[in-house]
Design a protein around this ligand. Structure first.
Ligand code: ADP
Length: 259
């Protein structure tokens, strides 16, 4: 990575994080939070100590997916990461806001500051892989994550529609310009597999993933189906009960790349 070392923050005492992966998207609603949580569950099942830093405060989807709504325990001037049922560590601004349905109107720089503090002032313990769920787009928060955390690389989440527009390119460019390696691309809601005939239908248009892959030299790609059951598990706080998915191979490939 090329970010000057002086910009990097130091984690809190009692925290040892081996690798950080930023999860980014061009726009909202593409399933970034779903992919972040599913990927965390997958890495955890593969035996890695896994953490999720939720830096996307557009809604409490990550705490909800894990069925967590308790306030984190506090120390003198630090917080303890909360632990999910299966032992994934998690921290989210949404856990610190009393009314989770209240619209959060903080400006980008304030949220970016909070995200830094989630790295420096939270006791995470020993972590192999930390996933950082960034807000969509190329604003202050993903920028701060790239500049101030020692990120190993980024995973980009898109949908077939998203790939038609130039939005996703912006996200890819931002990572590129900042010397952040793109570890992989997830085309979410890529197709729907008919439960009766087994045929795969491209509901949101034909996949454009190969085009993007070629253009930006992204080697690792996974196409995930539209899966109403997964959406249900997210809503019910039971993402840790998800069946094994194509993300397993994707996660293994990424882990192999990071080394
Ligand atoms: P983002 O974080 O990009 O805003 P979310 O992860 O919150 O997106 O997903 C937006 C909505 O789409 C949620 O209701 C989620 O449950 C649903 N969703 C995401 N991925 C899928 C999928 N593969 N199949 C079905 N629904 C999905």
């Amino acid at each position: 990575r090329t970010a000057p070392q002086s910009l990097l923050e130091t984690p809190h005492e009692g925290t040892k994080i081996k690798h950080i992966i930023a999860v980014i998207s061009g726009k909202g609603g593409v399933g970034k939070s779903s992919v972040t949580t599913s990927l965390a569950v997958t890495l955890n099942r593969l035996g890695y100590k896994t953490a999720v830093l939720d830096a996307d405060i557009t809604g409490p989807s990550i705490p909800t997916a894990f069925g967590i709504n308790e306030e984190p325990e506090r120390g003198d001037d630090f917080l303890y990461a909360v632990e999910t049922k299966t032992g994934i560590k998690m921290m989210s601004i949404n856990l610190l806001i009393e009314d989770q349905t209240a619209p959060v109107i903080w400006r980008g720089p304030i949220i970016a500051g909070a995200v830094k503090q989630f790295y420096t002032d939270v006791v995470w313990g020993d972590i192999d892989y930390m996933l950082v769920d960034c807000p969509p787009g190329t604003g202050d928060v993903p920028l701060t994550v790239f500049q101030s955390l020692p990120v190993d690389g980024a995973v980009i989440v898109t949908t077939p529609q998203d790939l038609v527009s130039l939005i996703v390119e912006k996200a890819v460019r931002m990572a590129d310009d900042m010397g952040i390696r793109i570890l992989g691309l997830v085309e979410n809601m890529s197709y729907f597999k008919c439960p009766d005939c087994g045929k795969e239908h491209s509901i949101f248009g034909e996949s454009k993933v190969e085009e993007i892959q070629d253009r930006f030299g992204i080697e690792t790609v996974v196409k995930l189906p539209i899966d109403p059951a997964l959406a249900g598990l997210m809503d019910e706080g039971k993402i840790e009960d998800m069946p094994e998915s194509k993300l397993k191979e994707f996660a293994q490939t990424i882990v192999g790349k990071i080394g």
